[in-house]
Ligand binder design. Structure first.
Ligand code: ADP
Ligand code: MG
Length: 231
């Protein structure tokens, strides 16, 4: 059995709806959606060893079924540059989370490769009551939140559908290169949209998917945060 099926079975067996970031990213990787390198640490010492393996700088993030918005809980620390800082960061995250939600069950702390800053895009999937499984694409931050500059297509998507979703954004010129920002790798984003479409078509039990943000580079792209919710 593949990883995706195994993870979904396990989550359902545990009576959960929301996948952990580690679970969601393992599924993404299996479907060819690029994600930041990551490992799951269960102690300060383990976090430091894993950071050495991944390479600096790293990001630490709380992994808990009871914490959906990690930043809000003080559960994200970025740009850690030494093993000592990683060990201290691990401790700090657990303290922050304990203050935020004392009863939260802690699975561990994700140690992730720090993705260089770039243009941020978002890929989402929902089940529309009328049209069924639908994929969404937009640019990160204010473009989605304030300007609602997003495009939707009903799955399954062809590569042409995906390309249109990207190119028909009002903010598309930002992806096509401006001032000091080189053009984003549109083919890499098309591949992410098509692979997301494959995933949700294969697993209709996925109610929501949220890759937010994805860093779009001049070569390739990398998913920094992934959420998947089951029905
Ligand atoms: P949440 O959305 O649950 O608060 P995220 O994983 O999205 O948590 O982290 C919050 C922010 O931290 C991201 O939007 C991104 O700007 C930054 N971030 C998180 N992980 C990484 C990473 N691996 N590389 C670079 N930046 C990151
Ligand atoms: Mg996020």
């Amino acid at each position: 059995m593949n990883q995706t099926q195994k993870i979904i079975n396990q989550v359902q067996k545990e009576g959960r709806k929301a996948l952990l970031e580690t679970e969601a990213k393992t599924i993404c990787a299996e479907y060819g959606i690029p994600v930041t390198k990551f490992m799951l640490a269960k102690s300060e010492k383990e976090a430091a060893t894993q950071a050495d393996q991944i390479g600096y700088p790293v990001v630490l993030k709380i992994v808990s079924p009871d914490i959906i918005h990690k930043t809000e809980a003080g559960g994200v620390i970025v740009n850690l540059k030494t093993a000592t800082d990683v060990a201290a960061g691990y401790k700090k995250i657990l303290e922050n989370v304990a203050k935020y939600k004392a009863e939260a069950k802690i699975v561990g702390v994700l140690v992730a490769e720090m993705a260089p800053q770039s243009t941020e895009v978002i890929v989402g999937a929902i089940k529309d009551p009328q049209f069924g499984q639908t994929v969404m694409f937009g640019l990160g931050g204010i473009f989605v939140e304030l300007l609602k500059d997003v495009n939707f297509r009903v799955a399954p998507l062809t590569a042409d559908d995906a390309k249109e979703m990207i190119m028909q954004l009002k903010a598309y010129p930002l992806l096509n290169g401006y001032r000091n920002t080189p053009p984003a790798d549109i083919d890499a984003l098309v591949a992410i949209l098509c692979n997301t479409s494959h995933l949700i078509m294969d697993y209709p039990e996925i109610k929501e998917l949220d890759l937010n943000p994805i860093m779009a580079y001049s070569k390739g792209a990398k998913t920094v945060d992934a959420r998947i919710i089951l029905e």
